[in-house]
Design a protein around this ligand. Structure first.
Ligand SMILES: Nc1nc2c(c(=O)[nH]1)N[C@H]1C(S)=C(S)[C@@H](COP(=O)(O)O)O[C@H]1N2
Ligand SMILES: [Mo]
Length: 566
């Protein structure tokens, strides 16, 4: 578009002989100090035009995001502006806010974040649409800045390997700018034939163009979905086709006594659909098992090696029950689960690559696992190679790993919190040192080393339950865990009374949790029930309260209940 002469002062009805006269043009031919928009006597745009301008902004945003999504499917799904900015926000969110978000939104914290980003974008888009009525260049600059922000977020993600990650945001912003330009022009340029003040802008043209944009953006969104689902169908097909090998070393059967017949107690094995999920991924990576490879490299490896999934499965396969816990689990919290894992011993694989633990003179004391989404998780090499069942797992409770739990291969190390051991969507293992490298959570204030702390939880009765005193005692029951040390005793205290021994379910292995039950002859009134466990080495769970940061919560779990007389 060419430069416009300044608008004549006077009544808003533009003369029909000046068809190209914008109502509120940008005036690139004049310095911005004098180009402040409306002249002294000119009224602002009509309310309807302002609403339409906001709509123009939203349509521009919709079109831009649709094109960005389409390009992202072709480039890399995580490089789309919404996931990229979302991931960047997650990374920069202080731990306290993250904890709040997890508490408030639970497992839908990621959906809440995406909704928040979309609402913010819609408001911004409407604002830029309004701005475009008076200052088109400023509005277009705003769109360009948003595009640059998205591009910056995408290329600075740890999993970004190519400048192409900037493309979704850049092409999306170009689309949004074009749409905004076209629609805003319809609102600010009068049609030659129309002279009434009510129809100064080309509303019909606007609506036609707007409808075109909406249809086009919807088509692009559907195309993006279609392409995306083709890709994830490949992943899903590779998972469905996967035949899990029979373990050379099966897990011993869970002893019958491990499961206590108490209603409301956590099931001994946590079904996959109920297994807690903690990760930073806004888009769950869906990897194709057929093309997956694991790279093993670093100063501690004489020669870099790489393994496919069939190569792993041809090795000696073991099956083990292991309880996994998150360092962010509050006392009494639910971020812990027990599963039957199938995989290969990590120590065997590392030895086959020539790796030696520090105790045998090995150079590397830290194993850094990297996932395809850029997460890094650092584990002591000594722990992995000290004889415990540290696994590269591909099976979980009899099926291939679910996508959300790390398909096709993840790590599981008994006795260590997940953030220092349980990398999902594994891409590589690097043998390095703690001195040389800080994994993802360490600069964010979490400890580099974090063995699981002894914990116990009351599953039933629920907090503030109303119970009835009766001839039969109340079953107070739950689970206790101290992975790799084992649980040797659980005690329950009623109010300030003495600690009383609970009945323990049989031990499956010292890497799994144990169920426990205390038969309580409940008396009427309000009571506080408290539990504590003792680990296999005889250490009693501490009652001192500690926050989850930096290396796991401590303290006793208590539940208050009210008992009514029978
Ligand atoms: N790639 C990747 N792996 C990861 C994480 C992550 O954010 N990304 N989170 C870790 C944390 S903090 C925990 S507690 C466990 C949780 O595993 P789950 O989601 O299968 O329960 O995964 C670990 N592995
Ligand atoms: Mo965790």
């Amino acid at each position: 578009m060419t430069a416009h002469p300044p608008p004549p002062p006077g009544p808003p009805s533009d003369p029909p002989d000046q068809p190209d006269q914008p109502d509120q043009p940008d005036r690139p031919d004049r310095p911005s100090s004098s180009g402040s928009g409306s002249g002294p006597a000119r009224p602002g745009p009509a309310v309807t035009d302002r609403l339409l301008a906001a709509l123009a902004g939203i349509l521009a945003g919709y079109g831009g995001l649709a094109v960005a999504a389409l390009v992202a499917v072709l480039v890399r799904p995580e490089a789309g502006p919404v996931p990229a900015v979302g991931d960047a926000v997650v990374d920069r969110t202080p731990a306290a806010v993250k904890d709040w978000a997890i508490r408030t939104f639970g497992e839908s914290d990621k959906a809440a974040l995406e909704t928040g980003i979309l609402v913010m974008l819609a408001l911004l888009a409407a604002g830029l649409g309004l701005l475009a009525l008076r200052r088109r260049a400023a509005a277009l600059t705003g769109v360009a800045l948003l595009g640059a922000l998205g591009a910056l977020a995408a290329v600075t993600r740890p999993d970004s390997t190519s400048a192409a990650d900037a493309l979704p945001s850049l092409l999306g912003a170009a689309t949004a700018a074009a749409v905004l330009y076209v629609l805003a022009t319809r609102l600010t340029r009068p049609r030659p034939a129309v002279t009434t003040t009510a129809a100064r802008s080309d509303r019909r043209g606007f609506l036609l163009a707007g409808a075109g944009v909406a249809v086009g953006a919807t088509a692009a969104t559907l195309a993006a979905r279609g392409l995306g689902s083709t890709r994830s169908e490949h992943a899903a097909a590779s998972r469905a086709a996967l035949r899990l090998p029979r373990p050379a070393s099966p897990a011993p059967a869970v002893p019958p006594g491990a499961r206590l017949p108490v209603e409301g107690i956590s099931s001994f094995v946590t079904p996959n659909k109920d297994f807690y999920r903690v990760d930073t991924a806004l888009v769950v990576p869906r990897l194709d098992a057929d093309t997956w490879r694991l790279r093993i490299h670093g100063t501690g490896v004489p020669e870099e090696r790489s393994f496919t999934l069939p190569e792993l499965m041809r090795r000696e396969v073991v099956e083990r029950d292991i309880t996994l816990a998150c360092v962010s689990n509050e006392v009494g919290g639910s971020l812990v689960g027990n599963a039957r894992w199938l995989g290969v011993r990590l120590a065997d694989l590392l030895r086959a690559c020539g790796v030696r633990p520090p105790s045998e003179g090995g150079r590397a004391d830290q194993l850094v696992a990297r996932s395809v989404d850029g997460m890094t998780i650092g584990t002591p090499v000594e722990d992995v190679m000290d004889g415990r069942d540290a696994l590269l797992a591909f099976g979980m409770n009899g099926e291939p790993l679910p996508f959300a739990h790390g398909f096709p291969v993840r790590m599981v190390v008994p006795g260590l919190y997940g953030y220092v051991s349980a990398c999902k969507w594994l891409a590589s293992l690097e043998l390095t040192t703690f001195a040389a490298y800080d994994a993802y959570w360490v600069p964010r204030g979490w400890s580099a080393r974090a063995p699981v702390k002894t914990q116990s939880r009351i599953d039933t009765p629920r907090p503030f339950a109303r119970l009835t005193a009766g001839p039969r005692p109340v079953a107070v029951a739950g689970v206790a865990w101290a992975q790799h040390r084992g649980v040797s005793r659980v005690e329950v205290r009623v109010d300030d009374g003495p600690w009383q021994e609970a009945e323990l379910g049989a031990e499956d292995s010292r890497d799994t949790w144990r169920q426990w039950v205390f038969r309580w002859p409940a008396t009427p009134g309000r009571h506080v029930l408290t539990v504590r466990a003792t680990d296999g080495a005889g250490a009693v769970q501490t009652g001192r309260r500690a926050d989850v940061m930096p290396d796991g919560a401590t303290g006793w779990h208590s539940v208050e209940v009210t008992v009514d007389a029978d």
